[in-house]
Design a protein around this ligand. Structure first.
Ligand SMILES: [Zn+2]
Ligand SMILES: [Zn+2]
Length: 341
């Protein structure tokens, strides 16, 4: 229990630290992979390029083109003029919640999230590349079409209930996002031929490398990852230092406890020593052979062991014998001074 608070803080700190390290390396690897991915113009030569590669596949490339729906596009729920290929509808509840520390904090939770997808391609000068599985993208940039917050109007009963339940609703936020038709986006992923061998497709890489569909240029994306990597580096440093400090405090506390325990043991030993000395001076030398301590065979018997009732030890030896009577092996329940006359 002595180290409970420190252990909890150190545990939480370690989890955050490991997460930051993991994210740092994730960003670093992603940057290296994107930098190594060739940028290919979407044109009629692209098919030939893919064909010359083994398995008719380019494992990691970046391309840029305009979003073109393959079929009827999705119409926005909030603005009928907007047409797109990926739609996100999300409803979030905003609440004020009493935390375990007793403070009221703002928090939110997603009540409903729906994605609608329409097959689409990236197009440049009449050449198209079909985009597969867009929701698997690490970054999928979409435009916010509508973002409305409806504040709740609580009654007096709601206030009272909220106070006791520890949770009060602030309102509902509904958001609509869309990847619009005609948006210029960069796709980074694996470029393959479709099964019938007629259509080029960009899909999430089978190597596990991140898939991107972003309206940023490759250089901007690298810059964004670089910034994010830097932030994670600072966080690693911060939580690393916190961990070291907490570890240091624990070590200091342990050493302090240990030194106090050693001091206490030393004081006890000195006290016992002085008691022995005092007993030695006051002890009678006039006693018969059957009144001699069975352990040291020097001092007279002075202690009775209970419950067996044997009077067989001097006080000095009785300090070291805690478990059982040296004569009959009965477990010692109590020791008392015996007056032998
Ligand atoms: Zn003795
Ligand atoms: Zn006994």
């Amino acid at each position: 229990m002595d180290y409970l608070v420190e252990t909890i803080i150190l545990g939480v700190d370690s989890i955050i630290f490991i997460t930051c390290i993991r994210n740092y390396y994730k960003k670093k690897n992603a940057m290296a992979m994107i930098q190594g991915a060739p940028y290919l113009n979407i044109n009629k030569d692209l098919k030939e390029i893919v064909l010359t590669h083994p398995e008719q596949k380019l494992s990691y490339v970046s391309i840029r083109g305009t979003v073109k729906p393959l079929g009827k596009p999705i119409i926005s729920n909030n603005n009928t003029d907007v047409e797109g290929v990926v739609q996100l509808l999300r409803i979030k509840e905003h609440v004020i919640q009493r935390s375990t520390t007793g403070f009221w904090n703002d928090s939110e939770r997603v009540i409903q999230e729906v994605h609608n997808i329409m097959p689409f391609s990236l197009e440049n000068k009449g050449i198209e590349i079909e985009i597969m599985d867009p929701l698997a993208a690490e970054i999928l940039d979409m435009d916010v079409i509508s973002d409305v917050f409806h504040p709740s109007v609580p009654s007096v009963m709601d206030h009272i209930w909220g106070f006791f339940a520890g949770i009060r609703q602030r309102g509902i936020q509904s958001t609509e996002k869309m990847l619009r038709k005609g948006t210029m986006i960069t796709g980074i992923g694996e470029l393959v031929y479709s099964k019938d061998g007629n259509v080029l497709q960009l899909q999430p890489p089978s190597s596990g490398a991140p898939f991107y569909l972003t309206n940023m240029q490759v250089t901007s994306l690298i810059k964004k990852l670089e910034n994010s990597k830097k932030n994670y580096r600072w966080l690693c440093l911060l939580f690393g230092v916190v961990g070291i400090v907490i570890g240091g405090i624990m070590v200091r506390k342990y050493l302090k406890h240990r030194s106090r325990a050693l001091q206490d043991a030393e004081i006890k030993r000195q006290l016992e020593e002085s008691r022995r000395e005092r007993r030695k001076k006051t002890r009678t030398t006039d006693f018969s052979d059957n009144q001699i301590c069975v352990v040291c065979k020097t001092n007279p018997i002075e202690i009775i062991l209970l419950p067996c009732g044997h009077v067989c030890l001097c006080e000095d030896c009785s300090v070291d014998i805690q478990d059982s009577c040296p004569v009959c092996r009965t477990v010692i329940g109590k020791k008392s001074v015996a007056y032998v006359v």
